[in-house]
Design a protein around this ligand. Sequence first.
Ligand code: PLP
Length: 410
Amino acid sequence: MISRRKLIKRLASLPILGGLAGSSTLLADTLPSTTAAVAKRDLIKELGLRTFINAAGNYTSMTASLMPPEVMETINLASKKYVMLNDVQDKVGEKIAGLCHAEGAMVTAGCWSALVLGMAGVLTGKDSKKAGQLPFLEGTGMKTEVILQKSHANGYHHALTNTGVKLIMIETKEELEAAISEKTAMMWFLNREAPVGQIKHEEWIAIAKKHGIPTMNDIAADVPPVENLWRFNDMGFDLVAISGGKAMAGPQSAGILMGKKHLIEAARLSAPPRGGNIGRGQKVNKEEILGMYMALETFINRDHDKIWQTWEDRVALIDDAIADIPGITTEVVIPEVANHNPSLKISWEGSQHGFSAKDVGGDLREGNPSIETIDWEEPKSLRLTVFMLEKGQDKIVAKKLKESLAKRTA
Ligand SMILES: *Cc1c(COP(=O)(O)O)cnc(C)c1O
Protein backbone atom coordinates (compact mmCIF):
# COMPACT_ATOMS: atom_id res chain seq x y z
CA MET A 1 0.00 0.00 0.00
CA ILE A 2 1.19 3.49 -0.84
CA SER A 3 0.16 6.08 1.68
CA ARG A 4 -1.44 9.22 0.41
CA ARG A 5 1.38 11.37 1.63
CA LYS A 6 3.94 9.20 -0.14
CA LEU A 7 1.97 9.30 -3.33
CA ILE A 8 1.76 13.07 -3.29
CA LYS A 9 5.48 13.20 -2.70
CA ARG A 10 6.09 10.95 -5.68
CA LEU A 11 3.82 12.99 -7.87
CA ALA A 12 5.60 16.13 -6.72
CA SER A 13 8.84 14.70 -7.99
CA LEU A 14 7.39 14.32 -11.47
CA PRO A 15 8.32 17.41 -13.46
CA ILE A 16 4.98 17.93 -15.21
CA LEU A 17 2.69 17.29 -12.29
CA GLY A 18 4.96 18.98 -9.81
CA GLY A 19 3.20 22.28 -9.99
CA LEU A 20 -0.15 20.70 -9.19
CA ALA A 21 0.96 18.40 -6.42
CA GLY A 22 0.36 20.91 -3.68
CA SER A 23 -3.33 20.97 -4.39
CA SER A 24 -5.20 18.95 -1.79
CA THR A 25 -7.90 18.04 -4.30
CA LEU A 26 -5.49 16.43 -6.70
CA LEU A 27 -6.43 12.82 -5.99
CA ALA A 28 -10.14 13.48 -5.98
CA ASP A 29 -9.92 15.44 -9.19
CA THR A 30 -8.15 12.69 -11.05
CA LEU A 31 -10.89 10.18 -10.36
CA PRO A 32 -13.64 10.09 -12.96
CA SER A 33 -16.91 11.33 -11.54
CA THR A 34 -19.87 9.20 -12.53
CA THR A 35 -22.42 11.69 -11.27
CA ALA A 36 -21.19 15.15 -12.27
CA ALA A 37 -23.33 16.95 -14.81
CA VAL A 38 -21.48 17.61 -18.04
CA ALA A 39 -22.26 19.86 -20.97
CA LYS A 40 -23.91 17.95 -23.80
CA ARG A 41 -21.69 17.76 -26.85
CA ASP A 42 -22.73 16.17 -30.14
CA LEU A 43 -19.44 14.87 -31.48
CA ILE A 44 -21.06 13.53 -34.64
CA LYS A 45 -22.03 17.11 -35.48
CA GLU A 46 -18.81 18.60 -34.18
CA LEU A 47 -16.70 16.31 -36.34
CA GLY A 48 -18.96 16.80 -39.35
CA LEU A 49 -19.69 13.10 -39.76
CA ARG A 50 -22.31 12.22 -42.35
CA THR A 51 -25.34 10.55 -40.79
CA PHE A 52 -27.95 8.81 -42.90
CA ILE A 53 -31.26 7.00 -43.01
CA ASN A 54 -30.36 3.33 -43.11
CA ALA A 55 -32.38 1.67 -45.86
CA ALA A 56 -29.48 -0.74 -46.44
CA GLY A 57 -29.33 -3.10 -43.45
CA ASN A 58 -27.16 -3.84 -40.45
CA TYR A 59 -23.83 -3.62 -42.21
CA THR A 60 -20.69 -3.49 -40.09
CA SER A 61 -19.40 -0.62 -42.25
CA MET A 62 -22.58 1.37 -41.56
CA THR A 63 -22.26 0.75 -37.80
CA ALA A 64 -24.88 -2.02 -37.87
CA SER A 65 -27.96 -1.15 -35.79
CA LEU A 66 -29.11 1.49 -33.30
CA MET A 67 -29.31 0.36 -29.68
CA PRO A 68 -32.75 0.77 -28.09
CA PRO A 69 -33.16 2.91 -24.92
CA GLU A 70 -33.30 -0.18 -22.67
CA VAL A 71 -29.81 -1.12 -23.80
CA MET A 72 -28.41 2.40 -23.43
CA GLU A 73 -29.90 2.70 -19.95
CA THR A 74 -28.23 -0.60 -19.02
CA ILE A 75 -24.89 0.58 -20.41
CA ASN A 76 -25.09 3.92 -18.58
CA LEU A 77 -25.97 2.37 -15.23
CA ALA A 78 -23.35 -0.36 -15.61
CA SER A 79 -20.68 2.28 -16.25
CA LYS A 80 -21.03 3.66 -12.72
CA LYS A 81 -19.92 0.57 -10.74
CA TYR A 82 -16.99 -1.79 -10.55
CA VAL A 83 -17.80 -5.49 -10.70
CA MET A 84 -15.59 -8.52 -11.39
CA LEU A 85 -15.53 -9.25 -15.12
CA ASN A 86 -15.80 -13.00 -14.51
CA ASP A 87 -18.86 -12.50 -12.30
CA VAL A 88 -20.65 -10.55 -15.05
CA GLN A 89 -19.90 -13.28 -17.60
CA ASP A 90 -21.05 -15.99 -15.15
CA LYS A 91 -24.38 -14.35 -14.32
CA VAL A 92 -25.19 -13.10 -17.81
CA GLY A 93 -24.09 -16.41 -19.33
CA GLU A 94 -26.56 -18.28 -17.14
CA LYS A 95 -29.40 -15.94 -18.11
CA ILE A 96 -28.64 -16.09 -21.84
CA ALA A 97 -28.34 -19.87 -21.70
CA GLY A 98 -31.75 -20.04 -20.06
CA LEU A 99 -33.35 -17.80 -22.69
CA CYS A 100 -31.84 -19.76 -25.58
CA HIS A 101 -32.20 -23.38 -24.36
CA ALA A 102 -28.42 -23.81 -24.04
CA GLU A 103 -26.40 -25.30 -21.18
CA GLY A 104 -24.04 -22.36 -21.15
CA ALA A 105 -23.32 -19.04 -22.87
CA MET A 106 -20.87 -16.14 -22.93
CA VAL A 107 -20.81 -12.68 -24.46
CA THR A 108 -18.04 -12.33 -27.03
CA ALA A 109 -16.55 -9.50 -29.09
CA GLY A 110 -18.96 -10.10 -31.97
CA CYS A 111 -19.87 -13.32 -33.74
CA TRP A 112 -16.36 -13.54 -35.19
CA SER A 113 -14.93 -13.73 -31.70
CA ALA A 114 -17.54 -16.36 -30.78
CA LEU A 115 -16.21 -18.47 -33.67
CA VAL A 116 -12.58 -18.03 -32.54
CA LEU A 117 -13.22 -18.66 -28.84
CA GLY A 118 -15.62 -21.56 -29.45
CA MET A 119 -13.04 -23.21 -31.71
CA ALA A 120 -10.35 -22.58 -29.09
CA GLY A 121 -12.50 -24.21 -26.41
CA VAL A 122 -13.09 -27.28 -28.54
CA LEU A 123 -9.32 -27.66 -29.07
CA THR A 124 -8.12 -26.99 -25.53
CA GLY A 125 -10.89 -28.38 -23.38
CA LYS A 126 -10.54 -27.10 -19.82
CA ASP A 127 -6.73 -27.11 -19.99
CA SER A 128 -5.30 -23.62 -19.41
CA LYS A 129 -1.85 -24.73 -20.52
CA LYS A 130 -3.21 -25.69 -23.92
CA ALA A 131 -5.03 -22.35 -24.16
CA GLY A 132 -1.62 -20.71 -23.81
CA GLN A 133 -0.23 -22.83 -26.64
CA LEU A 134 -2.69 -21.78 -29.35
CA PRO A 135 -2.27 -21.18 -32.28
CA PHE A 136 0.65 -23.63 -32.33
CA LEU A 137 -0.93 -27.07 -32.31
CA GLU A 138 1.99 -29.24 -33.33
CA GLY A 139 3.28 -31.48 -30.59
CA THR A 140 0.59 -30.39 -28.11
CA GLY A 141 -1.70 -33.38 -28.50
CA MET A 142 -4.52 -31.11 -29.67
CA LYS A 143 -6.50 -32.02 -32.78
CA THR A 144 -5.69 -29.98 -35.86
CA GLU A 145 -8.50 -30.04 -38.43
CA VAL A 146 -11.98 -28.58 -38.95
CA ILE A 147 -14.32 -29.87 -41.63
CA LEU A 148 -16.79 -27.67 -43.49
CA GLN A 149 -18.73 -27.70 -46.73
CA LYS A 150 -17.09 -25.82 -49.60
CA SER A 151 -20.27 -23.80 -50.13
CA HIS A 152 -20.10 -22.65 -46.49
CA ALA A 153 -16.61 -21.16 -46.96
CA ASN A 154 -17.61 -17.53 -47.63
CA GLY A 155 -15.03 -15.67 -45.55
CA TYR A 156 -16.22 -15.99 -41.98
CA HIS A 157 -14.71 -19.48 -41.73
CA HIS A 158 -11.34 -17.72 -41.54
CA ALA A 159 -12.14 -16.91 -37.90
CA LEU A 160 -11.48 -20.57 -37.08
CA THR A 161 -7.92 -20.40 -38.43
CA ASN A 162 -7.01 -17.92 -35.65
CA THR A 163 -6.63 -21.00 -33.46
CA GLY A 164 -4.17 -22.67 -35.81
CA VAL A 165 -6.52 -25.28 -37.25
CA LYS A 166 -6.47 -26.42 -40.85
CA LEU A 167 -9.69 -26.19 -42.87
CA ILE A 168 -10.81 -29.31 -44.71
CA MET A 169 -13.42 -28.58 -47.42
CA ILE A 170 -15.84 -31.23 -48.59
CA GLU A 171 -18.99 -31.29 -50.71
CA THR A 172 -20.68 -34.68 -50.46
CA LYS A 173 -21.58 -36.98 -47.60
CA GLU A 174 -19.06 -39.52 -48.92
CA GLU A 175 -16.29 -36.91 -48.93
CA LEU A 176 -17.25 -35.97 -45.38
CA GLU A 177 -17.04 -39.55 -44.14
CA ALA A 178 -13.66 -39.95 -45.85
CA ALA A 179 -12.32 -36.68 -44.38
CA ILE A 180 -13.09 -37.58 -40.77
CA SER A 181 -10.02 -38.81 -38.89
CA GLU A 182 -8.42 -38.72 -35.44
CA LYS A 183 -7.22 -35.20 -36.39
CA THR A 184 -10.78 -33.86 -36.74
CA ALA A 185 -11.49 -31.37 -33.97
CA MET A 186 -14.84 -30.00 -35.10
CA MET A 187 -17.40 -29.89 -37.92
CA TRP A 188 -18.43 -26.29 -38.72
CA PHE A 189 -21.71 -25.22 -40.29
CA LEU A 190 -22.71 -21.83 -41.77
CA ASN A 191 -26.45 -21.50 -41.34
CA ARG A 192 -26.79 -18.86 -44.04
CA GLU A 193 -25.53 -21.29 -46.68
CA ALA A 194 -27.63 -24.24 -45.50
CA PRO A 195 -29.93 -23.98 -48.55
CA VAL A 196 -27.00 -24.43 -50.98
CA GLY A 197 -24.91 -27.01 -49.11
CA GLN A 198 -25.52 -30.67 -49.97
CA ILE A 199 -25.54 -31.74 -46.31
CA LYS A 200 -28.29 -30.19 -44.19
CA HIS A 201 -28.32 -29.45 -40.44
CA GLU A 202 -29.73 -32.72 -39.09
CA GLU A 203 -27.52 -34.93 -41.22
CA TRP A 204 -24.44 -32.83 -40.33
CA ILE A 205 -25.17 -33.32 -36.62
CA ALA A 206 -25.99 -37.03 -37.01
CA ILE A 207 -22.71 -37.80 -38.79
CA ALA A 208 -20.74 -35.78 -36.22
CA LYS A 209 -22.42 -37.56 -33.31
CA LYS A 210 -21.71 -40.94 -34.86
CA HIS A 211 -18.00 -40.07 -34.78
CA GLY A 212 -18.07 -38.17 -31.47
CA ILE A 213 -17.09 -34.85 -33.08
CA PRO A 214 -18.44 -31.50 -31.79
CA THR A 215 -20.37 -29.23 -34.16
CA MET A 216 -20.70 -25.44 -34.39
CA ASN A 217 -23.30 -23.39 -36.26
CA ASP A 218 -22.68 -19.76 -37.28
CA ILE A 219 -26.08 -18.01 -37.26
CA ALA A 220 -24.67 -14.46 -37.16
CA ALA A 221 -27.45 -12.55 -38.97
CA ASP A 222 -30.15 -15.20 -38.81
CA VAL A 223 -32.82 -13.69 -36.61
CA PRO A 224 -35.68 -13.21 -37.36
CA PRO A 225 -37.25 -15.65 -36.91
CA VAL A 226 -36.68 -15.27 -33.17
CA GLU A 227 -36.97 -19.05 -32.73
CA ASN A 228 -33.54 -19.41 -34.37
CA LEU A 229 -32.10 -18.28 -31.02
CA TRP A 230 -32.89 -21.70 -29.57
CA ARG A 231 -33.71 -23.87 -32.61
CA PHE A 232 -30.13 -24.96 -33.23
CA ASN A 233 -29.38 -25.61 -29.57
CA ASP A 234 -32.49 -27.80 -29.47
CA MET A 235 -31.40 -29.49 -32.69
CA GLY A 236 -28.14 -30.66 -31.11
CA PHE A 237 -25.36 -28.33 -32.27
CA ASP A 238 -22.71 -28.26 -29.54
CA LEU A 239 -21.98 -24.57 -30.14
CA VAL A 240 -23.95 -21.75 -31.75
CA ALA A 241 -22.51 -18.30 -32.55
CA ILE A 242 -24.53 -15.16 -33.24
CA SER A 243 -23.91 -11.42 -33.73
CA GLY A 244 -25.25 -9.03 -31.09
CA GLY A 245 -25.26 -5.83 -33.10
CA LYS A 246 -27.14 -7.02 -36.15
CA ALA A 247 -30.91 -7.64 -35.94
CA MET A 248 -30.82 -7.89 -32.13
CA ALA A 249 -29.66 -4.26 -31.90
CA GLY A 250 -27.18 -4.87 -29.11
CA PRO A 251 -23.72 -3.27 -28.93
CA GLN A 252 -22.14 -3.54 -32.39
CA SER A 253 -19.00 -5.14 -31.03
CA ALA A 254 -20.82 -7.82 -29.01
CA GLY A 255 -21.95 -11.34 -29.88
CA ILE A 256 -22.96 -14.55 -28.15
CA LEU A 257 -21.40 -18.00 -27.99
CA MET A 258 -23.75 -20.60 -26.54
CA GLY A 259 -23.95 -24.36 -26.26
CA LYS A 260 -22.57 -27.19 -24.14
CA LYS A 261 -21.49 -26.04 -20.70
CA HIS A 262 -18.07 -27.69 -20.77
CA LEU A 263 -17.28 -26.06 -24.12
CA ILE A 264 -18.31 -22.60 -22.93
CA GLU A 265 -16.14 -23.03 -19.83
CA ALA A 266 -13.29 -24.13 -22.10
CA ALA A 267 -13.81 -21.17 -24.46
CA ARG A 268 -13.51 -18.75 -21.55
CA LEU A 269 -9.97 -19.98 -20.90
CA SER A 270 -8.96 -18.12 -24.07
CA ALA A 271 -10.92 -14.95 -23.22
CA PRO A 272 -10.30 -11.94 -20.96
CA PRO A 273 -9.74 -11.40 -18.11
CA ARG A 274 -7.27 -14.26 -18.68
CA GLY A 275 -4.18 -13.18 -20.60
CA GLY A 276 -1.45 -14.92 -22.55
CA ASN A 277 -3.90 -16.39 -25.02
CA ILE A 278 -5.19 -15.73 -28.54
CA GLY A 279 -8.39 -14.14 -27.26
CA ARG A 280 -6.88 -11.47 -25.03
CA GLY A 281 -7.58 -8.81 -27.64
CA GLN A 282 -11.24 -9.79 -27.88
CA LYS A 283 -12.28 -8.00 -24.73
CA VAL A 284 -15.91 -7.24 -23.99
CA ASN A 285 -16.54 -4.78 -21.20
CA LYS A 286 -19.22 -5.04 -18.53
CA GLU A 287 -21.34 -2.43 -20.30
CA GLU A 288 -21.36 -4.53 -23.49
CA ILE A 289 -21.95 -7.80 -21.65
CA LEU A 290 -24.92 -6.42 -19.73
CA GLY A 291 -26.10 -4.44 -22.76
CA MET A 292 -26.01 -7.59 -24.86
CA TYR A 293 -28.14 -9.44 -22.34
CA MET A 294 -30.66 -6.59 -22.27
CA ALA A 295 -30.71 -6.42 -26.09
CA LEU A 296 -31.35 -10.17 -26.31
CA GLU A 297 -34.18 -10.07 -23.78
CA THR A 298 -35.71 -6.98 -25.40
CA PHE A 299 -35.49 -8.64 -28.81
CA ILE A 300 -37.13 -11.86 -27.63
CA ASN A 301 -39.98 -9.94 -25.97
CA ARG A 302 -40.81 -7.87 -29.04
CA ASP A 303 -44.13 -8.39 -30.81
CA HIS A 304 -42.51 -10.05 -33.81
CA ASP A 305 -45.74 -10.43 -35.85
CA LYS A 306 -46.56 -6.78 -35.41
CA ILE A 307 -43.05 -5.72 -36.38
CA TRP A 308 -43.18 -7.89 -39.49
CA GLN A 309 -46.46 -6.20 -40.42
CA THR A 310 -44.83 -2.78 -39.95
CA TRP A 311 -42.05 -3.82 -42.31
CA GLU A 312 -44.58 -4.97 -44.93
CA ASP A 313 -46.48 -1.68 -44.57
CA ARG A 314 -43.29 0.32 -45.08
CA VAL A 315 -42.35 -1.66 -48.18
CA ALA A 316 -45.89 -1.14 -49.54
CA LEU A 317 -45.74 2.61 -48.87
CA ILE A 318 -42.46 2.99 -50.77
CA ASP A 319 -43.68 0.68 -53.53
CA ASP A 320 -46.90 2.73 -53.96
CA ALA A 321 -44.99 6.00 -54.19
CA ILE A 322 -43.11 4.92 -57.33
CA ALA A 323 -45.86 2.80 -58.93
CA ASP A 324 -46.65 5.39 -61.65
CA ILE A 325 -43.11 5.94 -62.88
CA PRO A 326 -42.81 4.52 -66.42
CA GLY A 327 -40.46 1.59 -66.96
CA ILE A 328 -39.97 0.88 -63.26
CA THR A 329 -40.98 -2.47 -61.80
CA THR A 330 -40.73 -3.60 -58.21
CA GLU A 331 -40.51 -6.88 -56.36
CA VAL A 332 -40.65 -7.68 -52.65
CA VAL A 333 -37.58 -9.81 -51.85
CA ILE A 334 -37.31 -11.78 -48.59
CA PRO A 335 -33.90 -13.43 -48.13
CA GLU A 336 -34.50 -17.03 -47.09
CA VAL A 337 -32.04 -17.24 -44.18
CA ALA A 338 -29.80 -14.32 -43.20
CA ASN A 339 -31.39 -10.86 -42.88
CA HIS A 340 -34.78 -12.52 -43.28
CA ASN A 341 -37.09 -9.51 -43.72
CA PRO A 342 -39.05 -7.91 -46.56
CA SER A 343 -36.97 -5.67 -48.85
CA LEU A 344 -37.90 -3.87 -52.07
CA LYS A 345 -36.07 -4.48 -55.34
CA ILE A 346 -36.54 -1.56 -57.75
CA SER A 347 -35.78 -2.48 -61.33
CA TRP A 348 -35.78 -0.95 -64.83
CA GLU A 349 -34.31 -4.03 -66.44
CA GLY A 350 -36.86 -4.29 -69.26
CA SER A 351 -36.78 -0.57 -70.06
CA GLN A 352 -34.78 1.76 -72.32
CA HIS A 353 -33.66 3.81 -69.32
CA GLY A 354 -29.90 4.32 -69.48
CA PHE A 355 -29.19 5.23 -65.84
CA SER A 356 -27.59 2.79 -63.40
CA ALA A 357 -28.15 1.62 -59.83
CA LYS A 358 -25.17 3.77 -58.84
CA ASP A 359 -26.96 6.86 -60.21
CA VAL A 360 -30.09 6.30 -58.12
CA GLY A 361 -28.18 5.09 -55.06
CA GLY A 362 -25.90 8.12 -55.44
CA ASP A 363 -28.86 10.53 -55.64
CA LEU A 364 -30.18 9.12 -52.37
CA ARG A 365 -26.80 9.11 -50.65
CA GLU A 366 -26.04 12.68 -51.67
CA GLY A 367 -29.53 13.95 -50.87
CA ASN A 368 -30.68 15.67 -47.71
CA PRO A 369 -31.21 13.66 -45.60
CA SER A 370 -28.72 11.15 -46.91
CA ILE A 371 -30.15 7.65 -47.49
CA GLU A 372 -28.15 4.41 -47.90
CA THR A 373 -29.44 1.61 -50.15
CA ILE A 374 -27.91 -1.67 -51.43
CA ASP A 375 -27.16 -3.83 -54.47
CA TRP A 376 -25.57 -1.03 -56.48
CA GLU A 377 -23.51 -3.55 -58.41
CA GLU A 378 -26.64 -4.47 -60.40
CA PRO A 379 -26.68 -2.38 -63.58
CA LYS A 380 -30.42 -1.76 -63.72
CA SER A 381 -31.83 -2.40 -60.28
CA LEU A 382 -31.13 -1.65 -56.65
CA ARG A 383 -32.65 -2.72 -53.37
CA LEU A 384 -33.63 -1.16 -50.09
CA THR A 385 -34.55 -2.61 -46.74
CA VAL A 386 -36.90 -1.16 -44.12
CA PHE A 387 -36.00 -3.08 -40.95
CA MET A 388 -33.43 -0.50 -39.78
CA LEU A 389 -35.70 2.50 -40.44
CA GLU A 390 -36.99 4.59 -37.59
CA LYS A 391 -40.60 5.67 -37.38
CA GLY A 392 -41.58 7.98 -40.24
CA GLN A 393 -38.41 7.44 -42.27
CA ASP A 394 -40.28 5.23 -44.76
CA LYS A 395 -42.11 8.35 -45.97
CA ILE A 396 -38.82 10.20 -46.48
CA VAL A 397 -37.32 7.25 -48.36
CA ALA A 398 -40.44 7.03 -50.56
CA LYS A 399 -40.32 10.76 -51.37
CA LYS A 400 -36.61 10.85 -52.14
CA LEU A 401 -36.69 7.67 -54.21
CA LYS A 402 -39.60 9.02 -56.22
CA GLU A 403 -37.75 12.30 -56.84
CA SER A 404 -34.65 10.49 -58.08
CA LEU A 405 -36.53 8.09 -60.34
CA ALA A 406 -38.77 10.85 -61.72
CA LYS A 407 -35.69 12.95 -62.55
CA ARG A 408 -33.80 10.03 -64.08
CA THR A 409 -36.72 8.82 -66.21
CA ALA A 410 -37.83 12.27 -67.39
C1 PLP B 1 -21.56 -10.66 -39.59
C2 PLP B 1 -21.14 -12.08 -39.61
C3 PLP B 1 -20.12 -12.56 -38.78
C4 PLP B 1 -19.30 -11.64 -37.90
O1 PLP B 1 -20.10 -11.09 -36.94
P1 PLP B 1 -19.60 -9.87 -36.02
O2 PLP B 1 -20.66 -9.80 -34.98
O3 PLP B 1 -19.55 -8.67 -36.92
O4 PLP B 1 -18.27 -10.24 -35.49
C5 PLP B 1 -19.84 -13.90 -38.78
N1 PLP B 1 -20.51 -14.75 -39.59
C6 PLP B 1 -21.47 -14.33 -40.44
C7 PLP B 1 -22.18 -15.31 -41.32
C8 PLP B 1 -21.83 -12.97 -40.47
O5 PLP B 1 -22.81 -12.56 -41.30
